[in-house]
Write a protein that binds this ligand. Structure first.
Ligand SMILES: NC(=O)c1ccc[n+]([C@@H]2O[C@H](COP(=O)([O-])OP(=O)(O)OC[C@H]3O[C@@H](n4cnc5c(N)ncnc54)[C@H](OP(=O)(O)O)[C@@H]3O)[C@@H](O)[C@H]2O)c1
Length: 267
């Protein structure tokens, strides 16, 4: 057993483990000999991911659960059963709406907040207690640069990622005393099926220099002991990511609105 799997094994839970960044994490962890519990909604995608993972000689359990729905945590906990989860990768969390706040029914934002806040918090509480009692483990909360300020067309998403940022920092402060590492991975544009779908639906072109999911997973696992934050593509001393001054924050919001020519979905 490697040092890595001794600390973070024998099982890892990945929400949104059936494609993109989550599947890249699953493959990387399988290479470390860690067994996987993968959560997603689409059973066909989960089955395909499971086939890919088990071909590497580890076990894989899948759970088709909508983590944007109430009761998701209980269903995931049931799927985990008695398996010892030493690493939690909270990955699923993109905003599929591409819409201004008032242009969608409130249920769309309830689902997003349930996925990015409530379900995440419940799973961190449940698994965190087990990790604390074992005296080892890790959590990676995948986030976005949207965590640092409000952005036009991304109200509930930015707010939920802001929760993830502050939550991860606080858990890092508490859990490190129990040998449990916490990292929030703050991402920019990354080549995933979900993001490709958003780009296609809104008529935007493929970005240059977007991140590769394999690189993201590899980097996150390397940075895990060095939390609480890793900003993708930034050196650690970049100033102004989250300015405190109201004038600076207003200017940043207006700047981002002008830069994002992204058409939004009406109604
Ligand atoms: N891609 C980017 O450019 C980018 C940029 C910044 C931050 N991020 C962050 O990176 C993470 C992953 O993003 P992503 O682009 O790969 O898209 P994503 O939609 O968050 O992740 C895709 C994975 O999550 C599953 N999933 C999506 N919604 C779900 C739900 N309600 N319940 C259960 N599973 C769900 C998908 O399977 P099913 O569809 O079958 O459910 C798939 O396995 C997110 O937290 C996102 O905020 C991404």
């Amino acid at each position: 057993m490697s040092e890595f799997s001794e600390k973070y094994g024998p099982w890892a839970l990945i929400t949104g483990g059936s494609d993109g960044i989550g599947l890249a994490f699953a493959n990387r962890l399988a290479d470390e000999g860690i067994n996987l519990v993968l959560v997603g909604r689409n059973v066909g995608k989960l089955d395909a991911a499971s086939k890919e993972i088990t071909a590497k000689g580890v076990e894989c359990v899948t759970a088709s659960v909508d983590i944007g729905a109430d009761g998701a945590c209980d269903k995931i906990v049931a799927a985990i059963g008695e398996r010892e989860v030493g690493l939690f990768v909270a990955n699923a969390g993109a905003d599929p709406n591409g819409s201004r706040f008032l242009d969608k029914d409130i249920s769309a934002w309830d689902n997003l907040v349930t996925m990015n806040v409530n379900s995440k918090m419940h799973l961190c509480h449940h698994l965190g207690r087990q990790m604390r009692d074992r005296g080892r483990g890790g959590m990676i909360l995948v986030s976005s640069g949207a965590c640092y300020s409000g952005m036009f067309g991304l109200a509930a998403y930015c707010a939920s990622k802001g929760f993830v940022l502050n939550f991860a920092e606080a858990l890092w402060a508490e859990f490190r005393h129990h040998n449990v590492d916490v990292l929030t991975m703050v991402l920019g544009q990354t080549d995933t099926p979900s993001y490709r779908k958003i780009l296609a639906e809104s008529g935007q072109s493929i970005p240059e220099n977007w991140a590769d999911p394999e690189n993201v997973a590899e980097t996150a696992l390397r940075q895990l002991p060095h939390g609480p934050i890793w900003n993708w593509g930034q050196t650690n001393d970049v100033a102004g990511m989250a300015p405190n001054s109201p004038d600076e924050r207003r200017a940043k919001i207006e700047y981002i609105e002008q830069m994002s020519a992204a058409p939004l979905v009406e109604g």
